[in-house]
Design a protein around this ligand. Structure first.
Ligand code: ADP
Ligand code: ZN
Length: 222
């Protein structure tokens, strides 16, 4: 089963993807996480990708597309995967359809998360991530703070703010790219009849965990 997480920055894609991954026992493949791991390990891919990520721009397809294709071919993804952060453009969606066809797979479900814009910016500014690249847990200083300030509950490593979350210019740029390049994917997947839209907002008291629980219930009833 191939599931895609769609939705602007700060809607909770990573949270929902992580919970679905555990319940459905298929890997969460996050392009942002793979890039950040490569950046911290100073690999060739990481050094190249960082030039774009630090400015809030998209990493070019000639780096991103083969990276996803290789990852999807890994043994742990043979029964499927949850894609978090890919595709982000119509071109990437078409590339994904092509590579899945070769693997005799298809996109089964696209979860489109929506959140009011004021909440999104606030969530990006209050997001903290675990510095341990094998843990990568995320917290929110307001909504979901760690038990001890600045320390990961799970592994005890220090938490930090992502560089692109602390730079208002990079935040603005990422949201702009989302509207322009990524939001057309909503229609793309609506046409394929695989789109499911879910609102996540404190205003309706519905957070990522609630959405994940409902989706797992529906999938298991099918
Ligand atoms: P966010 O969704 O908050 O921007 P991600 O962790 O998904 O964070 O991505 C961080 C950065 O990595 C993006 O701003 C972009 O530079 C790069 N990136 C992630 N996924 C892709 C992709 N599919 N195509 C191109 N660049 C990507
Ligand atoms: Zn941790």
């Amino acid at each position: 089963m191939i599931i895609i997480m769609l939705g602007a920055q700060g809607t909770g894609k990573g949270t929902v993807a992580g919970l679905l991954s555990k319940s459905l026992n298929i890997p969460q493949i996050s392009t942002g996480d793979i890039f950040r791991k490569n950046i911290s390990e100073k690999t060739k891919l990481g050094i190249e990708a960082d030039k774009y990520i630090s400015k809030g721009e998209l990493v070019p397809d000639n780096i991103t597309v083969p990276m996803i294709e290789d990852r999807l071919k890994c043994e742990d993804a043979k029964n499927g995967a949850i894609l978090d952060g890919f595709p982000r453009t119509i071109e990437q969606a078409e590339e994904l359809d092509k590579m899945l066809r070769k693997m005799e797979k298809e996109v089964n479900l696209v979860i489109n998360l929506i959140t009011p814009k004021e909440e999104i910016i606030d969530r990006m500014l209050t997001r903290r991530v675990c510095t341990n690249q094998d843990c990568k847990a995320t917290y929110n200083t307001k909504l979901h703070p760690p038990k001890v300030e600045g320390i990961c509950d799970i592994c005890g490593s220090p938490l930090k703010q992502r560089a692109d979350d602390s730079d208002p210019e990079a935040i603005r740029k990422r949201l702009e790219i989302y509207d322009e390049k990524t939001s057309p994917l909503v229609d793309y997947y609506k046409k394929q009849n695989v789109l499911k839209t879910e609102e996540i907002s404190i205003s309706i008291n519905r957070m990522g965990a609630d959405v994940a629980k409902d989706i797992v219930k529906e999938l298991k009833n099918d």
